[in-house]
Design a protein around this ligand. Structure first.
Ligand SMILES: Cc1cc2nc3c(=O)[nH]c(=O)nc-3n(C[C@H](O)[C@H](O)[C@H](O)COP(=O)(O)OP(=O)(O)OC[C@H]3O[C@@H](n4cnc5c(N)ncnc54)[C@H](O)[C@@H]3O)c2cc1C
Length: 461
Protein backbone atom coordinates (compact mmCIF):
# COMPACT_ATOMS: atom_id res chain seq x y z
CA UNK A 1 0.00 0.00 0.00
CA UNK A 2 1.36 3.41 -0.81
CA UNK A 3 1.03 6.88 0.55
CA UNK A 4 3.20 8.58 -1.99
CA UNK A 5 0.69 10.59 -4.04
CA UNK A 6 2.08 14.06 -4.50
CA UNK A 7 -0.04 17.15 -4.49
CA UNK A 8 -0.47 19.21 -7.60
CA UNK A 9 1.26 16.69 -9.84
CA UNK A 10 -1.70 15.32 -11.82
CA UNK A 11 -5.47 15.16 -12.22
CA UNK A 12 -6.81 11.85 -10.92
CA UNK A 13 -9.85 10.26 -12.47
CA UNK A 14 -11.41 9.80 -9.04
CA UNK A 15 -10.65 11.03 -5.55
CA UNK A 16 -12.40 9.12 -2.76
CA UNK A 17 -12.66 10.96 0.54
CA UNK A 18 -12.68 8.48 3.44
CA UNK A 19 -11.40 4.90 3.65
CA UNK A 20 -14.32 3.37 5.55
CA UNK A 21 -16.27 0.53 3.96
CA UNK A 22 -18.04 2.94 1.56
CA UNK A 23 -14.78 4.49 0.32
CA UNK A 24 -12.94 1.17 0.19
CA UNK A 25 -15.61 -0.61 -1.83
CA UNK A 26 -15.84 2.37 -4.19
CA UNK A 27 -12.07 2.26 -4.64
CA UNK A 28 -12.14 -1.51 -5.09
CA UNK A 29 -14.70 -1.32 -7.91
CA UNK A 30 -12.91 1.56 -9.63
CA UNK A 31 -9.30 0.48 -9.31
CA UNK A 32 -7.73 -1.09 -12.34
CA UNK A 33 -10.23 0.79 -14.52
CA UNK A 34 -9.61 4.40 -13.56
CA UNK A 35 -6.88 6.17 -11.58
CA UNK A 36 -8.03 6.40 -7.94
CA UNK A 37 -6.69 8.29 -4.95
CA UNK A 38 -8.22 7.53 -1.53
CA UNK A 39 -7.62 10.25 1.04
CA UNK A 40 -8.10 9.26 4.67
CA UNK A 41 -7.63 11.36 7.76
CA UNK A 42 -6.77 8.43 10.02
CA UNK A 43 -3.46 6.62 9.80
CA UNK A 44 -5.30 3.42 8.85
CA UNK A 45 -8.09 2.26 6.59
CA UNK A 46 -11.39 0.62 7.64
CA UNK A 47 -13.31 3.65 8.94
CA UNK A 48 -15.40 3.53 12.08
CA UNK A 49 -16.86 0.07 12.48
CA UNK A 50 -14.78 -2.17 10.23
CA UNK A 51 -12.17 -1.93 12.95
CA UNK A 52 -14.62 -2.21 15.83
CA UNK A 53 -16.71 -5.30 16.17
CA UNK A 54 -17.39 -5.91 12.48
CA UNK A 55 -20.82 -7.50 12.45
CA UNK A 56 -21.76 -8.02 8.82
CA UNK A 57 -25.51 -7.63 8.33
CA UNK A 58 -26.44 -9.65 5.28
CA UNK A 59 -30.18 -8.95 5.14
CA UNK A 60 -31.41 -6.18 2.82
CA UNK A 61 -33.85 -4.81 5.43
CA UNK A 62 -30.97 -3.93 7.78
CA UNK A 63 -28.47 -1.11 7.51
CA UNK A 64 -29.96 0.23 4.29
CA UNK A 65 -32.90 2.36 3.30
CA UNK A 66 -34.05 0.65 0.11
CA UNK A 67 -36.49 3.45 -0.71
CA UNK A 68 -33.78 6.09 -0.32
CA UNK A 69 -31.45 4.05 -2.56
CA UNK A 70 -34.26 3.17 -4.95
CA UNK A 71 -33.24 -0.47 -5.23
CA UNK A 72 -35.39 -3.55 -4.82
CA UNK A 73 -34.92 -6.08 -2.04
CA UNK A 74 -33.84 -8.67 -4.63
CA UNK A 75 -31.18 -6.38 -6.08
CA UNK A 76 -29.94 -5.45 -2.60
CA UNK A 77 -29.74 -9.14 -1.63
CA UNK A 78 -27.75 -9.96 -4.72
CA UNK A 79 -25.34 -7.05 -4.14
CA UNK A 80 -24.97 -7.95 -0.46
CA UNK A 81 -24.08 -11.52 -1.48
CA UNK A 82 -21.20 -10.18 -3.58
CA UNK A 83 -20.00 -7.92 -0.77
CA UNK A 84 -20.08 -10.85 1.64
CA UNK A 85 -17.90 -12.83 -0.80
CA UNK A 86 -15.32 -10.06 -0.73
CA UNK A 87 -15.18 -10.10 3.09
CA UNK A 88 -14.86 -13.89 3.05
CA UNK A 89 -12.10 -13.80 0.42
CA UNK A 90 -10.17 -11.54 2.74
CA UNK A 91 -10.53 -13.78 5.75
CA UNK A 92 -13.83 -12.90 7.51
CA UNK A 93 -15.12 -15.63 9.84
CA UNK A 94 -17.39 -17.99 7.88
CA UNK A 95 -19.85 -18.68 10.72
CA UNK A 96 -23.27 -17.54 9.56
CA UNK A 97 -25.94 -16.64 12.13
CA UNK A 98 -29.65 -16.38 11.44
CA UNK A 99 -29.99 -19.44 9.18
CA UNK A 100 -31.45 -22.02 11.57
CA UNK A 101 -35.04 -21.83 10.33
CA UNK A 102 -36.49 -24.12 12.97
CA UNK A 103 -35.09 -22.20 15.91
CA UNK A 104 -35.94 -18.85 14.30
CA UNK A 105 -39.52 -20.07 13.82
CA UNK A 106 -39.71 -20.78 17.56
CA UNK A 107 -38.63 -17.23 18.32
CA UNK A 108 -41.09 -15.75 15.84
CA UNK A 109 -43.80 -17.82 17.49
CA UNK A 110 -42.85 -16.60 20.92
CA UNK A 111 -42.98 -12.97 19.74
CA UNK A 112 -46.32 -13.41 17.99
CA UNK A 113 -47.75 -15.09 21.07
CA UNK A 114 -46.80 -12.06 23.14
CA UNK A 115 -48.32 -9.80 20.48
CA UNK A 116 -51.61 -11.63 20.51
CA UNK A 117 -51.99 -10.95 24.20
CA UNK A 118 -51.77 -7.22 23.64
CA UNK A 119 -54.83 -5.04 23.23
CA UNK A 120 -55.18 -4.46 19.55
CA UNK A 121 -53.18 -1.58 18.13
CA UNK A 122 -51.91 -0.31 21.47
CA UNK A 123 -48.35 -1.45 21.08
CA UNK A 124 -46.32 -3.77 19.03
CA UNK A 125 -43.22 -5.91 19.08
CA UNK A 126 -41.77 -7.60 16.01
CA UNK A 127 -38.67 -9.67 15.42
CA UNK A 128 -36.83 -9.22 12.13
CA UNK A 129 -34.60 -12.25 11.53
CA UNK A 130 -31.28 -11.35 9.93
CA UNK A 131 -28.36 -13.27 8.46
CA UNK A 132 -25.11 -12.08 9.97
CA UNK A 133 -21.43 -12.77 10.37
CA UNK A 134 -19.18 -11.47 13.12
CA UNK A 135 -15.54 -10.54 12.47
CA UNK A 136 -14.78 -9.23 15.97
CA UNK A 137 -12.77 -6.11 16.83
CA UNK A 138 -9.65 -8.24 17.25
CA UNK A 139 -9.87 -9.89 13.79
CA UNK A 140 -11.62 -7.25 11.68
CA UNK A 141 -8.44 -5.22 11.30
CA UNK A 142 -6.71 -8.19 9.60
CA UNK A 143 -9.55 -8.46 7.08
CA UNK A 144 -9.39 -4.72 6.45
CA UNK A 145 -5.59 -4.78 6.05
CA UNK A 146 -5.80 -7.59 3.46
CA UNK A 147 -8.56 -5.79 1.61
CA UNK A 148 -6.57 -2.55 1.53
CA UNK A 149 -3.57 -4.39 0.18
CA UNK A 150 -5.57 -6.01 -2.61
CA UNK A 151 -7.16 -2.68 -3.60
CA UNK A 152 -3.72 -1.06 -3.68
CA UNK A 153 -2.42 -3.94 -5.82
CA UNK A 154 -5.14 -3.18 -8.37
CA UNK A 155 -3.65 0.30 -8.64
CA UNK A 156 -5.50 2.60 -6.22
CA UNK A 157 -3.35 4.86 -4.07
CA UNK A 158 -4.09 5.48 -0.40
CA UNK A 159 -3.04 8.72 1.20
CA UNK A 160 -3.45 8.12 4.93
CA UNK A 161 -3.09 10.57 7.79
CA UNK A 162 -4.34 13.29 5.46
CA UNK A 163 -7.34 15.43 6.21
CA UNK A 164 -9.41 16.94 3.41
CA UNK A 165 -10.04 20.54 4.42
CA UNK A 166 -11.87 21.98 1.45
CA UNK A 167 -13.39 20.90 -1.86
CA UNK A 168 -13.78 23.36 -4.71
CA UNK A 169 -15.04 22.82 -8.23
CA UNK A 170 -13.33 24.53 -11.14
CA UNK A 171 -16.69 24.50 -12.94
CA UNK A 172 -20.12 23.14 -12.00
CA UNK A 173 -19.31 19.42 -12.36
CA UNK A 174 -15.57 19.59 -11.79
CA UNK A 175 -12.72 19.10 -12.05
CA UNK A 176 -12.59 19.11 -8.25
CA UNK A 177 -9.77 20.69 -6.31
CA UNK A 178 -9.28 19.01 -2.99
CA UNK A 179 -7.25 20.93 -0.43
CA UNK A 180 -5.79 18.67 2.24
CA UNK A 181 -3.41 18.88 5.15
CA UNK A 182 -0.74 17.65 2.68
CA UNK A 183 -1.42 19.89 -0.28
CA UNK A 184 -3.92 20.12 -3.11
CA UNK A 185 -5.13 17.31 -5.40
CA UNK A 186 -7.37 17.42 -8.45
CA UNK A 187 -9.82 14.90 -9.88
CA UNK A 188 -12.53 14.58 -12.53
CA UNK A 189 -14.87 12.72 -10.17
CA UNK A 190 -15.22 12.85 -6.42
CA UNK A 191 -16.74 10.23 -4.11
CA UNK A 192 -17.38 11.65 -0.64
CA UNK A 193 -17.63 8.86 1.95
CA UNK A 194 -16.82 10.75 5.14
CA UNK A 195 -18.76 8.58 7.63
CA UNK A 196 -20.44 9.98 10.70
CA UNK A 197 -17.12 11.52 11.83
CA UNK A 198 -16.90 13.73 8.79
CA UNK A 199 -20.62 14.22 8.20
CA UNK A 200 -20.87 17.84 9.33
CA UNK A 201 -17.64 18.93 7.76
CA UNK A 202 -18.84 17.44 4.46
CA UNK A 203 -22.30 18.95 4.75
CA UNK A 204 -20.74 22.43 4.74
CA UNK A 205 -18.35 21.46 1.93
CA UNK A 206 -21.24 20.11 -0.16
CA UNK A 207 -23.38 23.18 0.44
CA UNK A 208 -20.55 25.41 -0.70
CA UNK A 209 -20.47 23.40 -3.95
CA UNK A 210 -24.19 24.03 -4.44
CA UNK A 211 -25.58 20.71 -3.16
CA UNK A 212 -28.93 20.94 -1.38
CA UNK A 213 -29.31 18.93 1.82
CA UNK A 214 -32.22 18.22 4.15
CA UNK A 215 -32.52 16.91 7.66
CA UNK A 216 -33.54 13.31 8.15
CA UNK A 217 -34.43 11.40 11.30
CA UNK A 218 -31.93 10.85 14.09
CA UNK A 219 -31.63 7.82 16.38
CA UNK A 220 -31.35 8.62 20.08
CA UNK A 221 -31.19 5.83 22.61
CA UNK A 222 -29.35 3.98 25.30
CA UNK A 223 -27.00 1.03 25.65
CA UNK A 224 -28.37 -1.84 27.71
CA UNK A 225 -26.09 -4.37 29.39
CA UNK A 226 -27.37 -7.68 30.75
CA UNK A 227 -25.79 -10.86 32.09
CA UNK A 228 -24.78 -13.08 29.15
CA UNK A 229 -27.07 -16.05 30.01
CA UNK A 230 -30.11 -13.74 29.89
CA UNK A 231 -29.71 -13.12 26.16
CA UNK A 232 -27.74 -16.21 25.16
CA UNK A 233 -30.81 -18.18 24.15
CA UNK A 234 -31.53 -15.78 21.32
CA UNK A 235 -28.01 -14.63 20.35
CA UNK A 236 -27.03 -18.22 19.62
CA UNK A 237 -29.66 -18.21 16.90
CA UNK A 238 -29.64 -14.55 15.85
CA UNK A 239 -26.29 -12.93 16.70
CA UNK A 240 -27.75 -9.40 16.73
CA UNK A 241 -31.53 -9.86 17.12
CA UNK A 242 -33.52 -6.99 15.64
CA UNK A 243 -36.63 -6.31 17.71
CA UNK A 244 -38.86 -3.50 16.49
CA UNK A 245 -41.29 -1.82 18.88
CA UNK A 246 -44.16 0.62 18.75
CA UNK A 247 -44.28 2.10 22.21
CA UNK A 248 -47.53 2.11 24.23
CA UNK A 249 -47.65 5.70 25.50
CA UNK A 250 -46.47 7.65 22.47
CA UNK A 251 -46.84 5.15 19.61
CA UNK A 252 -43.21 5.87 18.63
CA UNK A 253 -40.82 3.55 16.82
CA UNK A 254 -37.85 2.06 18.64
CA UNK A 255 -35.61 -0.90 17.91
CA UNK A 256 -32.78 -2.97 19.28
CA UNK A 257 -29.47 -2.41 17.52
CA UNK A 258 -25.85 -3.56 17.61
CA UNK A 259 -26.00 -6.52 20.00
CA UNK A 260 -22.66 -7.73 21.30
CA UNK A 261 -22.87 -11.15 22.98
CA UNK A 262 -19.96 -11.55 25.41
CA UNK A 263 -19.04 -7.98 24.49
CA UNK A 264 -17.90 -4.74 26.06
CA UNK A 265 -19.59 -1.37 26.49
CA UNK A 266 -17.29 1.28 25.03
CA UNK A 267 -16.90 5.04 25.12
CA UNK A 268 -16.98 6.81 21.77
CA UNK A 269 -15.71 10.40 21.65
CA UNK A 270 -17.55 12.48 19.05
CA UNK A 271 -16.90 16.19 18.54
CA UNK A 272 -15.53 16.38 22.07
CA UNK A 273 -18.55 14.68 23.67
CA UNK A 274 -18.81 11.23 25.20
CA UNK A 275 -21.19 8.75 23.63
CA UNK A 276 -21.69 5.10 24.50
CA UNK A 277 -21.28 2.22 22.07
CA UNK A 278 -20.42 -1.47 22.23
CA UNK A 279 -18.32 -4.15 20.58
CA UNK A 280 -17.14 -7.73 21.05
CA UNK A 281 -13.89 -9.57 20.51
CA UNK A 282 -13.80 -12.85 18.63
CA UNK A 283 -11.30 -14.56 20.90
CA UNK A 284 -12.07 -13.18 24.37
CA UNK A 285 -15.60 -12.96 25.75
CA UNK A 286 -17.00 -11.15 28.80
CA UNK A 287 -19.84 -12.53 30.98
CA UNK A 288 -22.14 -9.78 29.66
CA UNK A 289 -24.11 -8.91 26.53
CA UNK A 290 -24.89 -5.38 25.45
CA UNK A 291 -27.21 -3.90 22.84
CA UNK A 292 -28.69 -0.52 22.04
CA UNK A 293 -32.32 0.52 22.07
CA UNK A 294 -32.74 3.38 19.62
CA UNK A 295 -35.63 5.77 19.28
CA UNK A 296 -36.05 7.28 15.81
CA UNK A 297 -36.82 10.99 16.12
CA UNK A 298 -38.01 13.17 13.22
CA UNK A 299 -38.83 16.85 13.59
CA UNK A 300 -41.29 19.06 11.71
CA UNK A 301 -42.39 22.40 13.25
CA UNK A 302 -40.93 24.74 14.41
CA UNK A 303 -37.55 22.99 13.96
CA UNK A 304 -36.21 20.39 11.57
CA UNK A 305 -32.57 20.49 12.63
CA UNK A 306 -32.10 16.97 14.00
CA UNK A 307 -28.32 17.48 14.08
CA UNK A 308 -28.61 20.31 16.57
CA UNK A 309 -31.22 18.38 18.55
CA UNK A 310 -28.84 15.39 18.82
CA UNK A 311 -25.96 17.66 19.79
CA UNK A 312 -27.99 19.30 22.55
CA UNK A 313 -29.15 15.93 23.91
CA UNK A 314 -25.56 14.67 23.89
CA UNK A 315 -24.29 17.81 25.59
CA UNK A 316 -26.97 17.79 28.26
CA UNK A 317 -26.51 14.09 29.04
CA UNK A 318 -22.76 14.66 29.44
CA UNK A 319 -23.50 17.72 31.59
CA UNK A 320 -25.75 15.62 33.78
CA UNK A 321 -22.92 13.13 34.14
CA UNK A 322 -20.87 15.87 35.79
CA UNK A 323 -19.57 17.79 32.78
CA UNK A 324 -18.05 15.30 30.37
CA UNK A 325 -19.34 11.94 31.42
CA UNK A 326 -21.78 9.20 30.43
CA UNK A 327 -24.68 8.56 32.80
CA UNK A 328 -25.14 4.97 33.94
CA UNK A 329 -28.11 3.64 35.88
CA UNK A 330 -29.28 0.27 37.13
CA UNK A 331 -32.69 -0.72 35.81
CA UNK A 332 -33.77 -1.37 39.42
CA UNK A 333 -33.06 2.26 40.30
CA UNK A 334 -34.73 3.60 37.16
CA UNK A 335 -37.94 1.69 37.81
CA UNK A 336 -37.96 2.73 41.47
CA UNK A 337 -37.57 6.38 40.45
CA UNK A 338 -34.22 6.93 42.18
CA UNK A 339 -30.77 7.77 40.88
CA UNK A 340 -27.96 5.24 40.90
CA UNK A 341 -25.08 5.90 43.27
CA UNK A 342 -21.53 4.56 43.48
CA UNK A 343 -22.19 3.23 47.06
CA UNK A 344 -25.10 1.02 46.01
CA UNK A 345 -24.10 0.24 42.44
CA UNK A 346 -23.12 -3.34 43.32
CA UNK A 347 -25.52 -3.80 46.24
CA UNK A 348 -26.38 -7.47 46.80
CA UNK A 349 -29.52 -6.41 48.70
CA UNK A 350 -30.80 -4.75 45.51
CA UNK A 351 -29.74 -7.69 43.31
CA UNK A 352 -27.04 -5.61 41.60
CA UNK A 353 -24.30 -8.13 42.36
CA UNK A 354 -25.81 -10.42 39.71
CA UNK A 355 -24.15 -8.52 36.87
CA UNK A 356 -20.89 -6.58 36.90
CA UNK A 357 -20.99 -4.07 34.03
CA UNK A 358 -18.08 -4.03 31.60
CA UNK A 359 -17.98 -0.22 31.80
CA UNK A 360 -18.44 0.35 35.55
CA UNK A 361 -18.74 3.75 37.22
CA UNK A 362 -15.43 5.60 37.23
CA UNK A 363 -13.87 8.54 35.44
CA UNK A 364 -16.13 9.47 32.52
CA UNK A 365 -18.94 7.13 33.66
CA UNK A 366 -21.17 8.60 36.36
CA UNK A 367 -23.95 6.76 38.19
CA UNK A 368 -27.02 8.96 37.98
CA UNK A 369 -30.55 9.33 36.72
CA UNK A 370 -31.38 8.93 33.06
CA UNK A 371 -34.78 10.54 33.52
CA UNK A 372 -32.98 13.80 34.30
CA UNK A 373 -30.36 13.41 31.61
CA UNK A 374 -32.67 12.67 28.65
CA UNK A 375 -35.89 14.13 27.15
CA UNK A 376 -38.99 12.67 28.83
CA UNK A 377 -40.57 11.19 25.73
CA UNK A 378 -37.38 9.33 24.86
CA UNK A 379 -37.03 7.97 28.41
CA UNK A 380 -40.65 6.75 28.25
CA UNK A 381 -39.96 5.03 24.94
CA UNK A 382 -36.74 3.37 26.11
CA UNK A 383 -38.32 2.13 29.35
CA UNK A 384 -41.39 0.80 27.58
CA UNK A 385 -39.27 -0.90 24.91
CA UNK A 386 -37.24 -2.74 27.52
CA UNK A 387 -40.44 -3.80 29.26
CA UNK A 388 -41.89 -5.07 25.97
CA UNK A 389 -38.67 -6.96 25.34
CA UNK A 390 -38.89 -8.48 28.81
CA UNK A 391 -42.18 -10.12 27.78
CA UNK A 392 -40.18 -12.13 25.26
CA UNK A 393 -36.91 -12.42 27.23
CA UNK A 394 -37.85 -11.97 30.89
CA UNK A 395 -34.32 -11.58 32.31
CA UNK A 396 -33.66 -8.31 30.49
CA UNK A 397 -35.71 -6.45 33.10
CA UNK A 398 -33.67 -7.77 36.04
CA UNK A 399 -32.81 -4.97 38.50
CA UNK A 400 -29.08 -5.42 37.73
CA UNK A 401 -29.58 -4.58 34.04
CA UNK A 402 -27.52 -1.49 33.36
CA UNK A 403 -28.47 1.43 31.11
CA UNK A 404 -25.99 3.94 29.70
CA UNK A 405 -26.67 7.22 27.86
CA UNK A 406 -26.13 9.03 25.54
CA UNK A 407 -26.14 6.74 22.52
CA UNK A 408 -26.88 8.77 19.39
CA UNK A 409 -26.51 7.86 15.72
CA UNK A 410 -25.92 10.90 13.59
CA UNK A 411 -26.99 9.87 10.08
CA UNK A 412 -29.33 12.76 9.84
CA UNK A 413 -28.26 14.70 6.73
CA UNK A 414 -29.89 13.60 3.50
CA UNK A 415 -28.70 14.36 -0.02
CA UNK A 416 -30.85 14.18 -3.14
CA UNK A 417 -29.00 11.85 -5.54
CA UNK A 418 -29.74 9.70 -8.53
CA UNK A 419 -29.75 5.92 -8.38
CA UNK A 420 -25.95 5.84 -8.46
CA UNK A 421 -25.56 8.38 -5.69
CA UNK A 422 -24.56 11.25 -7.95
CA UNK A 423 -25.59 14.54 -6.37
CA UNK A 424 -27.11 17.51 -8.12
CA UNK A 425 -23.54 18.62 -8.82
CA UNK A 426 -22.47 16.45 -11.77
CA UNK A 427 -19.58 14.06 -11.03
CA UNK A 428 -19.88 14.54 -7.27
CA UNK A 429 -20.96 11.25 -5.71
CA UNK A 430 -21.75 10.51 -2.06
CA UNK A 431 -21.76 7.22 -0.16
CA UNK A 432 -22.14 5.75 3.31
CA UNK A 433 -23.39 6.65 6.76
CA UNK A 434 -22.17 10.25 6.76
CA UNK A 435 -24.53 11.16 3.94
CA UNK A 436 -27.54 9.30 5.36
CA UNK A 437 -27.48 6.49 2.78
CA UNK A 438 -26.51 3.56 5.05
CA UNK A 439 -26.35 2.48 8.67
CA UNK A 440 -23.74 -0.24 8.81
CA UNK A 441 -20.66 -1.77 7.23
CA UNK A 442 -22.35 -3.80 4.50
CA UNK A 443 -24.81 -1.02 3.65
CA UNK A 444 -21.94 1.45 3.36
CA UNK A 445 -19.99 -0.99 1.17
CA UNK A 446 -23.05 -1.37 -1.07
CA UNK A 447 -23.21 2.41 -1.39
CA UNK A 448 -19.56 2.48 -2.45
CA UNK A 449 -20.18 -0.02 -5.23
CA UNK A 450 -23.23 1.93 -6.45
CA UNK A 451 -21.24 5.16 -6.70
CA UNK A 452 -18.40 3.39 -8.50
CA UNK A 453 -20.83 1.90 -11.03
CA UNK A 454 -22.28 5.37 -11.61
CA UNK A 455 -18.83 6.69 -12.47
CA UNK A 456 -17.97 3.71 -14.68
CA UNK A 457 -21.26 4.13 -16.53
CA UNK A 458 -20.47 7.77 -17.24
CA UNK A 459 -17.08 6.68 -18.54
CA UNK A 460 -18.72 4.06 -20.75
CA UNK A 461 -16.93 1.22 -18.87
C1 LIG B 1 -17.90 1.22 18.04
C2 LIG B 1 -18.61 0.95 16.75
C3 LIG B 1 -19.02 -0.34 16.45
C4 LIG B 1 -19.69 -0.61 15.26
N1 LIG B 1 -20.04 -1.88 14.99
C5 LIG B 1 -20.64 -2.15 13.81
C6 LIG B 1 -20.95 -3.48 13.45
O1 LIG B 1 -20.66 -4.41 14.19
N2 LIG B 1 -21.58 -3.70 12.26
C7 LIG B 1 -21.92 -2.69 11.40
O2 LIG B 1 -22.48 -2.97 10.33
N3 LIG B 1 -21.63 -1.42 11.73
C8 LIG B 1 -21.00 -1.13 12.88
N4 LIG B 1 -20.71 0.16 13.19
C9 LIG B 1 -21.12 1.19 12.23
C10 LIG B 1 -20.13 1.19 11.05
O3 LIG B 1 -18.88 1.51 11.57
C11 LIG B 1 -20.52 2.19 10.02
O4 LIG B 1 -21.84 1.93 9.61
C12 LIG B 1 -19.60 2.14 8.79
O5 LIG B 1 -18.26 2.15 9.15
C13 LIG B 1 -19.91 3.31 7.88
O6 LIG B 1 -19.02 3.30 6.82
P1 LIG B 1 -18.64 4.63 6.04
O7 LIG B 1 -17.62 4.24 5.03
O8 LIG B 1 -19.87 5.31 5.60
O9 LIG B 1 -17.99 5.58 7.14
P2 LIG B 1 -16.77 5.36 8.13
O10 LIG B 1 -16.52 3.93 8.39
O11 LIG B 1 -17.02 6.25 9.28
O12 LIG B 1 -15.53 5.91 7.30
C14 LIG B 1 -15.41 7.27 6.95
C15 LIG B 1 -13.95 7.61 6.91
O13 LIG B 1 -13.81 8.93 6.39
C16 LIG B 1 -12.76 9.57 7.06
N5 LIG B 1 -12.93 11.01 6.94
C17 LIG B 1 -13.97 11.75 7.39
N6 LIG B 1 -13.79 13.05 7.09
C18 LIG B 1 -12.60 13.13 6.43
C19 LIG B 1 -11.85 14.20 5.88
N7 LIG B 1 -12.29 15.48 5.93
N8 LIG B 1 -10.66 13.94 5.30
C20 LIG B 1 -10.20 12.64 5.23
N9 LIG B 1 -10.86 11.59 5.75
C21 LIG B 1 -12.06 11.82 6.33
C22 LIG B 1 -12.90 9.08 8.49
O14 LIG B 1 -11.68 9.21 9.18
C23 LIG B 1 -13.32 7.63 8.29
O15 LIG B 1 -12.23 6.73 8.32
C24 LIG B 1 -20.00 0.44 14.35
C25 LIG B 1 -19.59 1.74 14.65
C26 LIG B 1 -18.88 2.00 15.81
C27 LIG B 1 -18.44 3.40 16.09
Amino acid sequence: MSGTAESGSRTWDVIVVGAGPAGMFAARSLSGKLSVLVIEEKSRTGGAGAMTDGKLNLSPQIGLDLAELRISEEEAAERIGRIDEVFLEHGADRTLYGVDRERIALWLDRVSWVRRRASKGEWDITLLPARQRHMGTDLAHQVVARMTESIAKRGAEFLLGTRVEEIRAQDHGGPFLVRTSKGEFASRYLVAAPGRDGAYWFREAARSLGVRTRWGAIDIGCRVEVALPVYDEITQVLYDPKFLFITPTHGDRTRTFCTNPGGRVRVEIRNGFRLVNGDALKRRKTPCTNFAILNTVSMTEPLQDTTEMGRKVMEFANFWGGGDSLVVQRWGDLTEGRRSKAETFSSAALGYDKMTPTLPPGPGVTPGDISYAYPGRIVDNLRESLLLLSRVIPGVAHPSTTIYVPEIKFYDTKYPTDRHLETEVPNLFVAGDGVGKSRGIVGAALNGTLAAEGILRKEGK
